[in-house]
Ligand binder design. Structure first.
Ligand SMILES: [Zn+2]
Length: 113
C-alpha cells in the first residue's frame, strides 16, 4: 500500500483519473492549477472515494481529521474549529465520530469487502 501524504495528492489523483476512461475526458487538466477550484474537487470526489475535501481550506486531502462529519487536512485547519485539547479529548478509541484517518487506505479496505 502506498504511503500517501496530502502533498502527493495531485500526482496520485492524476494516476487515478488516468485509470478511469470516463473521468479522463472531464478531468484531464493540470490538477495543481485547480488547487483553489472548490467545484472541481467536489465533482471529482463524487467519482473517486480515495480522497476527500477539507472543510476549511477546500483543498483535496488524503489524510486528515474527521470530526463529527467535518474534514480537516492539517493541524492548521482543524485548529480553526477545535483546540488541541478538544481534539485530544474527542479523538479517543471509543468515539467513532472523531478520528485521524487516511481516505485512500479506507477506500481500498472498503472496496475489498
Ligand atoms: Zn485544509
Amino acid at each position: 500500500m502506498k504511503d500517501l501524504k496530502n502533498k502527493d495528492i495531485y500526482n496520485f489523483l492524476k494516476d487515478e483519473i488516468a485509470c478511469h476512461l470516463e473521468l479522463k475526458e472531464q478531468f484531464n487538466c493540470d490538477l495543481k492549477e485547480q488547487e483553489d477550484n472548490e467545484l472541481f474537487w467536489e465533482e471529482l470526489s463524487e467519482h473517486l472515494d480515495c480522497f476527500t475535501i477539507c472543510d476549511v481550506c477546500h483543498k483535496p486531502m488524503i489524510v486528515g481529521y474527521c470530526m463529527d462529519g467535518s474534514h480537516y487536512c492539517s493541524d492548521d485547519c482543524v485548529n480553526q474549529d477545535y483546540t488541541e485539547e478538544e481534539i485530544e479529548s474527542l479523538c479517543t478509541d471509543d468515539n467513532d465520530n472523531c478520528y485521524y484517518t487516511n481516505w485512500y487506505e479506507n477506500s481500498i479496505i472498503y472496496n475489498q469487502k
